[in-house]
Design a protein around this ligand. Structure first.
Ligand SMILES: *Cc1c(COP(=O)(O)O)cnc(C)c1O
Length: 226
């Protein structure tokens, strides 16, 4: 059995220490616990420890957990790749989406967000490494994308998100995060959330201004698939 309590405490300590090192307040960074592929009891164990934000990548896997947990304080974040035919269920069941990477997906989420719910909170995903295999807007496209999303009334733009390729040293890890922060400062001053940093690079992300870190492995253990 995975020690979710101990793991969560260790991750919270790392976040606190990284905030101190960065000269930032601890409250300026929020923890998104990434529970993809993990069973409901592990999510419940984290919830018992006061964790209320959970990130999921796979729609069917997520819907099962959303339905069985059904707790008023829990907020669900979709952080996976989005196919157009999945936007309706995402708009209906999630509170946040970190991976809006095309105008088409943005418009569909806007059109499909149920009227009895508040606008869905979104991040625009930036393909910071300009990697052909990855989704997201290129930095040259982000200004137009921000303007477009701000005009969609059922989307509530929070800021920018990125998932860089893995890098080894903290110095290397900081580069794509610094690039994302610069894009936000240039184009997105009023929406200043930055979703960046995972188990292996949360310290680098916090040094560069992350306001949300997305942590899976170091809370719930390794995944057989990811
Ligand atoms: C899986 C995933 C994470 C968590 O990664 P870990 O290395 O397990 O902490 C964060 N963000 C996204 C977009 C992911 O797909």
């Amino acid at each position: 059995m995975i020690d979710v309590d101990g793991n969560l405490n260790r991750v919270r300590t790392r976040i606190r220490e990284a905030c101190i090192a960065a000269g930032r307040s601890e409250e300026s960074v929020q923890l998104l616990a990434v529970s993809k592929t993990k069973p409901t009891p592990l999510v419940e164990a984290a919830l018992q420890q006061g964790q209320v934000h959970f990130g999921e990548n796979y729609l069917q896997d997520a819907l099962t957990k959303i339905e069985s947990i059904n707790h008023p304080d829990v907020e669900w974040h979709f952080i996976g790749a989005i196919q157009s035919n999945k936007t309706r269920q995402i708009a209906e069941h999630f509170d946040w989406v970190h991976t809006v990477g095309s105008s088409k997906v943005a418009r569909r989420l806007n059109d499909q967000r149920p009227e009895n719910k508040p606008p869905i909170k979104v991040f625009l995903q930036v393909n910071i490494d300009q990697d052909e295999a990855k989704s997201g807007f290129l930095d040259t496209e982000i200004e137009a994308a921000i303007a477009e999303v701000k005009a969609l009334p059922r989307l509530d733009l929070q800021g920018l998100m990125t998932l860089p390729r893995q890098r080894q040293t903290t110095l290397e890890q900081r580069q794509p995060f610094a690039a994302l922060r610069n894009l936000q400062l240039t184009h997105c001053k009023d929406q200043n959330e930055l979703s960046m940093g995972m188990s292996g690079d949360l310290e680098a992300a916090i040094l560069e201004g992350a306001t949300w870190v997305r942590i899976g492995t170091d809370i719930f253990g390794a995944r057989s698939q990811s």
